[in-house]
Design a protein around this ligand. Structure first.
Ligand code: DGL
Length: 276
């Protein structure tokens, strides 16, 4: 593969700022890569929309990134992955396209000793059964119960990530979910939405010490690295890569809220507002 191509950015998209939790893991694992991140902040949340709308939005986001020249596409949104991964991969081939559900399911199976796995995600991801089916393929004996926690997306987009209110909402979602397992509760809780990791501490406080919380960020980053490596597409330029941002709504708001998801400040002048 040409050196010029390996220097192209990795395109990453989500319905909003949640996918920045995946971008954070990507940047930690591959600091020398360039990244182009798109948050469809004007249309978040995706999780309560119909599959047809989500597929349409995913294609619009994918087209915006592909038309700006990327070497790989990462769907950093469980909801979009669940309904559009195969379609996007077919449309953009041979461009490699990676989603977050298979890596998240793999992380869950690696973490769970008992096979009792609770999954929290958006309504659309839960209804599409993508996690249930993928975990079952990897661990046929697993008992999986998945439930939607849509308010977590709003809390995360609002930057409300801890405190009494967040824990009260977490308790309202998690206690009935854990009770559904009966006397043998889950040993693993999957954060099946890329918005949820910023609420991890509050969720962990409610879940208690016996439950391992996993998300798909690190395992997705590893999959991206392995894919790029197998295609000889890892950036050979040396030095620190550059990250640029696209948002479909206010650059200032994206930068203000996104910083805590990414773990570093985002300069609003580095965020371009685009219409999909
Ligand atoms: N961050 C997204 C996910 O991983 C979706 C949140 C939403 O837009 O509803 O599912």
């Amino acid at each position: 593969m040409s050196i010029e191509k390996s220097g192209l950015p990795i395109g990453v998209f989500d319905s909003g700022v949640g996918g920045l939790t995946v971008l954070r893991a990507l940047r930690e694992l591959m600091p020398g890569e360039n990244y182009l991140y798109l948050g469809d902040t004007a249309r978040v949340p995706y999780g309560s929309k119909s599959a047809d709308s989500i597929v349409r939005y995913a294609f619009q986001a994918g087209n915006a990134l592909v038309s700006r020249s990327i070497k790989m596409l990462v769907i950093a949104c469980n909801t979009a992955t669940a309904v559009s991964l195969e379609k996007l991969a077919a449309e953009y081939a041979p461009l490699p396209v990676v989603g977050v559900i298979e890596p998240g399911a793999a992380a869950a199976c690696a973490a769970s000793g008992s096979g009792n796995i609770a999954v929290i995600a958006t309504e659309s991801t839960v209804n599409g059964k993508a996690y249930q089916n993928t975990i079952c393929e990897l661990h046929p004996e697993a008992k999986i119960i998945a439930r939607p926690c849509p308010l977590f997306v709003g809390l995360a987009e609002e930057g409300w990530t801890d405190g009494e209110l967040v824990e009260a909402i977490a308790a309202r979602y998690l206690h009935p979910l854990f009770a559904e397992f009966g006397s043998n509760g889950p040993d693993t809780l999957v954060l099946g939405c890329t918005h949820f990791p910023v609420l991890r501490e509050a969720i962990a406080n409610v879940a208690g010490p016996g439950i391992t919380i996993v998300d798909s960020a690190e395992t997705t980053a590893l999959k991206v690295k392995n894919t790029l490596s197998s295609l000889s597409l890892l950036n050979q330029a040396g030095g620190k890569g550059r990250t640029r941002f696209l948002a479909t709504d206010s650059a200032e708001r994206f930068a203000a809220v996104g910083g805590s998801f990414l773990g570093i400040d985002i300069d609003p002048t580095n965020v371009s507002v685009v219409d999909l």
